[in-house]
Write a protein that binds this ligand. Sequence first.
Ligand code: GLN
Ligand code: ZN
Length: 761
Amino acid sequence: MASHIVGYPRMGPKRELKFALESFWDGKSCAEDLQKVATDLRSSIWKQMSEAGIKYIPSNTFSFYDQVLDTTAMLGAVPERYSWTGGEIGLSTYFSMARGNATVPAMEMTKWFDTNYHFIVPELGPSTKFTYASHKAISEYKEAKALGIDTVPVLIGPVSYLLLSKPAKGVDKSFALISLLGSILPIYKEVVTELKAAGASWIQFDEPTLVKDLDAHELAAFSSAYAELESAFSGLNVLVETYFADIPAESYKTLTSLSGVTAYGFDLIRGAKTLDLIRSSFPSGKYLFAGVVDGRNIWADDLAASLSTLQSLEDVAGKDKLVVSTSCSLMHTAVDLVNETKLDDEIKSWLAFAAQKVVEVNALAKALAGHKDEAYFAANATAQASRRSSPRVTNEEVQKAAAALRGSDHRRATNVSTRLDAQQKKLNLPVLPTTTIGSFPQTVELRRVRREYKAKKISEEEYIAAIKEEISKVVKIQEELDIDVLVHGEPERNDMVEYFGEQLSGFAFTANGWVQSYGSRCVKPPIIYGDVSRPNPMTVFWSKTAQSMTSRPMKGMLTGPVTILNWSFVRNDQPRFETCYQIALAIKKEVEDLEAAGIQVIQIDEAALREGLPLRKSEHAFYLDWAVHSFRITNCGVQDTTQIHTHMCYSNFNDIIHSIIDMDADVITIENSRSDEKLLSVFREGVKYGAGIGPGVYDIHSPRIPSTEEIADRINKMLAVLDTNILWVNPDCGLKTRKYTEVKPALTNMVSATKLIRTQL
Ligand code: GLN
Ligand code: ZN
């Protein structure tokens, strides 16, 4: 019985690659230094898998930036603006595409399916010239081979590659990208032939788009692509790997009849229905790579349960054709539990990061082959049992309260226009009220204060005094700028999820549980291990303090339940919506305490609501229903006069606009400036929106200072589609990453533009 790993994190257990990349980009180290770090990381990963006993070890899953960009390099599909002149693509062209350079902007980046990983979107068109321009797959294969490790080279499959790309600038939006198959397949053939010549006996093609809703035309592209490649496949075993969701029945049929393909990989964590498909028919003589170990979470596998699933599949595929695998690449989970010194032993026993998952996969394969490591399985069973029964996990009161929410609706008693009237009487805001999204620049000094307080190097009094001073500075600046609804600037927060997680029960935090988000950027999601409750108010002290410094309304600032959920590692022993309802109840208490403390405007950020949207359309309605319901739960109990804001970092709402309206917030502020005003087109098309809305008037992700004219122009464009009395004026997002030298002039211009337009109304 064999074992396989779909892919492995490339950042290193202590983010070694991140630091090497950033130092290289800063010109502090040379290409050789960077290459050395990369080579060492690759070799340690391969050795680790090999020593664990993994049979099918992936190569070419390392990347300096992104595996889709690596494929673009392999195909030589460099957009013209990078003035690439041919030959093997080097680091400078590669990083220019990834990050832009002094004269040319970067290529677009977008989310990899429903993960928090972002890939670089290929820009293709009828005139794109493809040439074999990166031999990375071959060199990595050979590099491993030189270490005595025979690997399975991994390529992004040709059809997924095209389906993930977009028409280049100037190319008609309706251009059929899939029509480029004929141009890229010869290069794929060349790569396969070279890999074979170098000694490879297996090749893995990742075709995750197979789990999406595809039309007949797209499915046919899979059939014809692999039929075309078949001639290059002779003498090879070819694995087509899918992941992230159930595979639709039609796609399963297509996949299992692809020519030349000898093995199929499935995500059996998110694929309960896929399991039924496999059981009802699996082609004889083919390999089944069963992804039973979760690549997207940090929980130790329930080995007994996985073993029984695997045993039930032995009859389907045949004992010698069943391969134990991970549900997807392990790059979506944390790297190694060994480096966790902060977590206590009990919680640690419930977890498995990438390095531990490799061991789990192999233990399952050995058990299937009749060599079960009894002690290892017993320890795992004990940990599973302890997790199920631990009083730290279960809080019956919370469970009951959350269960009671299901099935009933939660809404504010009156409609939004009645509420806006009541709020306006109290708040008395000018037309086109100005505000910001929450955070103000986080200076080095501020970070130092927080760090020293955490390390107990300064006293609580000193800490409070320092934060108060920062808030008062931020309040003063906003008053001077003449902003209408103020924020306290979030100086006490390191991160919008972590800050709340640290004060809620049921959350744990890692020291090194980093997951790559894009390029060298990593995130460290909290772990939700138990029922969530709020022992004490979390933000009331700071909001009250800030409100006491001004007579203008001060926004209370909270992170919403869906965002907390989507940016955490979530427990897998209950449905996501149940955890979300629990968080919603905790935030609801906070909202009510803020209201009682005299805070009249409360913003509940749902920056990540959209990114939790399931891959398959058939599951959208259910998700949106509980996500939006969770949001409403947080504020359904406040008075009409309390104004509830929400904020979102996405502008492509066109498909979920009705859910956004159904959130029933009084005011929503949304990212808008980077999206060609896609957002406004919804309203242009006649969607009725009666609540307050503030589409961002300038991009905070750039240091550029927008001019008054430019902002005024933006506001006028919005006024053309939105009623004057519902429009708010604000930046795109929080100002945390900007400098005061950028923020002050930008906000000055924002307020001037608003005042100018007010005089013209
Ligand atoms: N209130 C948060 C801030 O201003 C919102 C951040 C976000 O939307 N990502 O920083
Ligand atoms: Zn935002």
